[in-house]
Design a protein around this ligand. Structure first.
Ligand SMILES: [Zn+2]
Ligand SMILES: [Zn+2]
Length: 562
């Protein structure tokens, strides 16, 4: 144990004793010992006789020696066994220290955040000497903050934070390699926190750099191998950085990406070969530890293909053939300045070409969505001229002229068939009257399904992750119709949406319905959502032939011209 860790343990002991209501002299002995160590400039190994330091007595000296030799102390272990964790959790509430917690426990039997909340709401706290109605208010606000922090964070909340941290790490001279890990890397819809693995030879400098560059709300821990912070933002966001060496990097990244069940299976596989996987390498029978350049090398060592993070569930990935790495050739749903997008047609076109796509569809909103400056048939015709001019100037790439047409609340479509007939690619979507019954919603879907000019249903459920359930769609019915009428269903790659969800994707694959991953981009930057959708689609093992984005331009043209 290093000095900092020992100091932390001494302070923990003092806190536990305080919560327990222990003799104040005993408590202050531990605080004094911690302060004495902190004030001594030597490292722990440079100190010969610990009890010679002023402030460290016989009792605390013994605890420190115990920590140095065994890494733990019976004093803290006994306290932890005695005092419930739920009582210690009260320390997270701003304004609550050991002494006050001890009093609340002794006088009112408050032993958890939950019981504190009830007591505040019942006005019981103000009955204690030294506590008032203001205190109750303060505690309730603190509880609310702690609860939000404990919450799971939606992928769309995490995504911009991860992008920002990526930038911060990319511009540091102390970083050799880095990656986000954890459930975000597995493209889960929500995560409790964000994990980063960073290979560095300068952990201390890197730690200081990160603490300076990031909007830190709270430092939870700042050691040489791990920095835990809570970042400011619309939602307070817990982020852990783990510092490793270059050699440890691949194994650490794999380990901290999880899932837990996936790691359990990997350890079993290793055990059967007489090996042992740790965070930092693979230990051989003779005790030597081997390390890897990349995660792919790590998997190859166990005769496994690279398993994409999104499917590391500990289940199918070891049993079935993995989906092939898809080459995305097209994005088929996006908006421009013609409706509510931020970028012009030529800007979108250039950005799409830069991504290496061969084709794409411009699909601005239709007239019903007046708030989004939806296009009338006349404006659609004008827009087509601009699209054709762009295509003429870029013969190796093609923009298809399309629409994202509203399916109206009365189960009619926003354009007549003779308008739809002129368009290359027709998306139908619901953007209104979300609260209708399943019968009404499905009547609207059916109107789109049976129309011969409609090619695709966009965001088929209308959900917003962690925010909105979506409309009352009967998904089995929708998929059956898509199969019957030859329509595409969309996996909307915007991290707010991600519908179809994994379960629905699997149902669509089962039925053989083609799926398009689309960004629904409203600016060139949002074209980047494609990778979120790609990773999410892996979860459902969508085969290439059903993934419309992987079709060649000729294949796609054949599909839309029938
Ligand atoms: Zn839409
Ligand atoms: Zn859209």
């Amino acid at each position: 144990m290093n000095k900092k860790q020992i100091i932390n343990v001494l302070e923990d002991i003092a806190l536990y004793m305080e919560v327990k209501g222990e003799n104040p002299f005993k408590i202050s002995a531990y605080r004094k010992a911690a302060a004495a160590l902190e004030g001594d400039v030597r490292s722990i190994t440079e100190i010969e006789d610990i009890t010679k330091i002023k402030g460290i007595g016989k009792g605390t000296g013994e605890v420190i020696t115990e920590l140095m030799t065994t890494g733990e102390t019976s004093v803290l272990i006994a306290l932890q066994a005695e005092i419930p964790a739920s009582l210690m959790a009260l320390l997270k509430i701003p304004g609550l220290g050991g002494k006050r917690i001890a009093k609340l426990y002794k006088e009112l039997g408050i032993d958890s955040i939950e019981s504190l909340k009830q007591a505040c709401e019942a006005g019981q706290i103000r009955t204690l000497a030294g506590f008032g109605a203001k205190t109750e208010e303060k505690y309730l606000a603190g509880i609310a903050e702690v609860e939000t922090r404990a919450d799971r964070h939606a992928i769309w909340r995490i995504e911009p934070v991860v992008n920002h941290i990526n930038q911060v790490l990319a511009t540091s001279e102390f970083v050799n390699q880095y990656s986000v890990a954890g459930s975000y890397r597995r493209t889960n819809e929500t995560s409790k926190d964000i994990d980063f693995i960073v290979a560095t030879a300068e952990p201390v400098k890197l730690r200081n750099y990160l603490l300076e560059k990031l909007a830190v709300h709270e430092i939870v821990a700042a050691g040489d191998t791990k920095v835990s912070v809570v970042l400011d933002g619309e939602e307070l966001m817990p982020v852990d950085f783990r510092f490793v060496t270059d050699k440890q990097y691949a194994t650490a990244l794999h380990h901290f990406t999880g899932s837990k069940d996936h790691n359990v299976r990997m350890r079993q596989i290793a055990k059967e070969r007489g090996e042992k996987i740790s965070e930092y390498g693979v230990e051989q029978a003779d005790g030597t530890v081997i390390t890897f350049k990349t995660e792919a090398d790590f998997f190859a060592h166990f005769d496994l293909p690279f398993i994409p993070p999104a499917i590391r569930t500990g289940r199918e990935e070891f049993e079935r053939e993995l989906p092939k790495q898809a080459t995305i050739k097209a994005d088929l749903h996006m908006h421009t300045t013609w409706s509510d997008g931020a970028s012009a047609i030529h800007e979108m076109g250039d950005a799409l070409q830069q991504k290496g796509y061969t084709h794409a569809a411009i699909t601005d909103h239709s007239q019903f969505l007046a708030v989004a400056n939806g296009l009338t048939p006349a404006r659609l015709r004008q827009q087509r001229l601009e699209i054709e001019a762009y295509n003429k100037a870029h013969p190796n790439f093609r923009l298809f002229a399309g629409t994202e047409m509203d399916i109206l609340p009365d189960a009619t479509l926003d354009f007549e068939d003779d308008v739809l007939r002129e368009l290359d690619f027709v998306i139908a979507a619901i953007h209104s009257s979300f609260n209708q019954t399943e019968e009404q919603i499905m009547a609207r879907m059916y109107a789109a399904m049976k129309n011969p000019y409609v090619h695709m249903i966009a965001h088929p459920t209308g959900r917003v992750i962690e925010k909105r359930e979506g409309y009352a769609v009967n998904m089995s019915q929708l998929i059956a119709w898509a199969k019957q009428y030859g329509k595409i269903l969309e996996l909307n790659a915007n991290p707010y949406r991600l519908d179809l969800c994994e379960e629905h994707l699997r149902m669509a694959v089962e039925a053989g319905v083609p799926i398009a991953i689309n960004t629904d981009a409203h600016s060139i930057e949002q074209l980047a959502y494609m990778s979120v959708g790609e990773r999410y689609a892996q979860k459902a093992y969508v085969p290439q032939e059903l993934l419309v984005n992987t079709w060649t331009r000729e294949q796609f043209e054949q599909f839309i011209m029938r």
